[in-house]
Design a protein around this ligand. Structure first.
Ligand code: NAP
Length: 321
């Protein structure tokens, strides 16, 4: 019995050491979408340094971001033209990846490409929702479906870059939330289906990193105002649109100034022997709130916004009783 216990102890110790070792990049390829800037750009460089063969999907291969990547990386990084909304570009990228795979194959796909925007639902039209979902949701689904057979063969990883707005439904973020919640539904279903093939699926949920990437779309209060028809202009007066715009801009300045926590989480999802299903990346203080928020009954979750000065200002300015 003592010998068996000792054997079990050493087996567990060995398993722990093995887990710590992680997955190395030698002979393995990773495809990352949206590498022109931001998280994707930095991850591509970090993977290259770890010895992975990197296929860096870029919207503009001749642009500054892609060219910097080529200049700063080893010959193992290849920039591909990849607009995730275009089936023909995804298929062309797949062909290039297949023709240039290292011996251990395509280890992972990081579905990172994305855009963001903000507006109240009544300031939006269905096209705003469509165009966001086309990139953030269907772009990722299209890429995942195309590359799954290669990742399945390598028993590798699928990583999806979502957002806290997948579950935190606040003012102005509806179109983005719809795209990211859909993305998480897809990733969750994929994780369940892929488990029997040994493919692991992770979701990255960054909070506010707008100061660390190019995600912020610059638009003025006037851009928002001119989109409104006369009826809406009466309800959402010009002053309120300006206040909403200034508030949004000011909240964006409060976030992380470096993309490092996100890139570290992505790297863990790709190289740890035990990647997490979800990586929540918010400040230590916000972690408690964002862990609890999805567990709250709807009535409590909605009442959280009573504590926001912006929601009170909105009610006063729009004369909502
Ligand atoms: N930054 C944050 O605060 C934050 C928070 C939560 C989640 N996220 C998510 O993180 C991911 C990366 O964003 P980021 O913050 O690193 O912003 P970013 O710097 O703008 O990077 C996004 C990248 O996606 C590319 N892209 C846009 N449309 C594309 C398309 N149709 N096909 C392929 N690539 C496309 C962009 O190219 P161009 O540069 O040429 O437009 C850019 O390279 C996104 O999915 C975003 O939703 C970001």
């Amino acid at each position: 019995c003592f010998v068996k216990s000792l054997g079990l102890f050493f087996w567990l110790l060995l398993a722990r050491v093995n887990r710590r070792g992680g997955v190395d990049g030698v002979g393995r390829a990773v495809l990352v979408t949206g590498c022109d800037s931001g998280f994707g750009h930095q991850l591509a460089g970090a993977l290259d340094q770890k010895g992975f063969v990197v296929f860096a999907g870029c919207l503009s291969p001749d642009g500054e971001g892609a060219q910097n990547l080529i200049r700063e990386s080893s010959g193992n990084l290849k920039v591909l033209k990849l607009d995730v909304t275009k089936e023909e570009e995804v298929q062309r990228a797949k062909k290039t990846v297949q023709e240039n795979l290292p011996e251990k194959g395509l280890w992972a796909v990081v579905n990172n490409a994305g855009v963001s925007d903000w507006a109240e639902i009544e300031w939006s039209n269905v096209e705003d929702f469509h165009s966001m979902a086309d990139i953030n949701l269907f772009g990722a689904i299209r890429t995942a479906i195309a590359f799954l057979p290669l990742v399945r063969a390598a028993k590798g990883r699928m990583v999806f870059v979502s957002s806290i707005f997948a579950f935190f439904h606040c003012l102005n973020m509806a179109a983005y939330s719809v795209s990211k919640r859909g993305l998480e539904a897809f990733a969750d279903c994929l994780r369940v289906e892929m488990a029997s093939f040994g493919v692991k699926v992770s979701i990255i949920q960054p909070g506010n990193f707008s100061g660390a990437t190019n995600i912020l779309k610059t638009k003025t209060a006037l851009d928002l105002w001119v989109k409104l028809d006369e009826d809406r202009k009466k309800i959402f007066n010009r002053r309120y649109v300006e206040v909403a715009h200034d508030y949004f801009k000011s909240t964006c300045t409060t976030g992380f100034k470096t993309a490092e926590p996100v890139v570290t989480a992505m790297m863990h999802a790709l190289t740890s022997t035990r990647p997490k299903s979800r990586y929540l990346l918010v400040s230590a203080l916000d972690t408690v709130f964002f862990k609890l928020y999805p567990l709250l009954p709807t009535v409590l979750a909605d009442s959280v916004f009573c504590f926001s000065s912006m929601y009170r200002t909105r009610a006063e300015m729009l004369f909502v009783k």
